[in-house]
Structure formats: C-alpha cells, structure tokens
Design a protein around this ligand. Structure first.
Ligand SMILES: [Zn+2]
Length: 104
C-alpha cells in the first residue's frame, strides 16, 4: 500500500511542477500518471500541492520552498524538478494519503 503511494507520488512530481509553473497540463497527462479512474484524485492532489510551491507577483514566479526567483514558467519548472523533487514527492504522498482516508 505505502509503496503504491510512493510510486503514484513519483509519477505526479513532474505534472505538479508543470502545473505550479503555470504550464498547461492536459488531462491525458494525469491519466498517464495515475490511470483513468484516479485522474480526478490526481488533479486535486496536484492542485493542492502546487499551492505550496510558488508565489506569484504579477507575472513573476518565485519558489515558495526556497524563496528563489523570479523565474519564467520554464525556469520555474526546471527549478522545481531539479531542486525540490524529493520535497514535492513527500508533499504528494501526504495528500494522496489524505485522499485515500476520505475514500475509506
Ligand atoms: Zn526553490
């Protein structure tokens, strides 16, 4: 069960970094990451975690985890995936656990 959560979280890290960086994420990317039946759960989890990742000041993006910036969308995405991969994964795991609790 826990390793399942870890695998799901890992698959959602890139999508989360993308969403947080305000790069459009297609529905099929959620389906690819978590499967068709869990895609809505995936979207909720990604949205919630993204909230903690960036601060926006007009069109400029700043990292909320380390206060670096400003970044372009692409720069923000690269920063998040390179510098904060494991933190984002942990945050995703927590949110996925919460989702599972509300289902059970
Ligand atoms: Zn950062």
């Amino acid at each position: 069960m826990d390793s399942g959560i870890s695998i799901t979280a890992e698959k959602l890290v890139e999508v989360t970094a993308k969403y947080a960086s305000q790069i459009a994420v297609k529905e099929e990317e959620y389906v690819k990451a978590v499967g068709f039946s869990s895609r809505e759960m995936g979207q909720r989890v990604v949205k919630r975690v993204s909230f903690w990742l960036i601060t926006q000041n007009s069109t400029l993006l700043y990292c909320r985890l380390c206060n670096r910036g400003p970044f372009t969308k692409r720069g923000m995405f690269l920063h998040l995936t390179r510098m904060h991969h494991s933190e984002i994964k942990l945050m995703l795991e927590e949110e996925i656990k919460r989702e599972i609790k509300t289902i059970l």
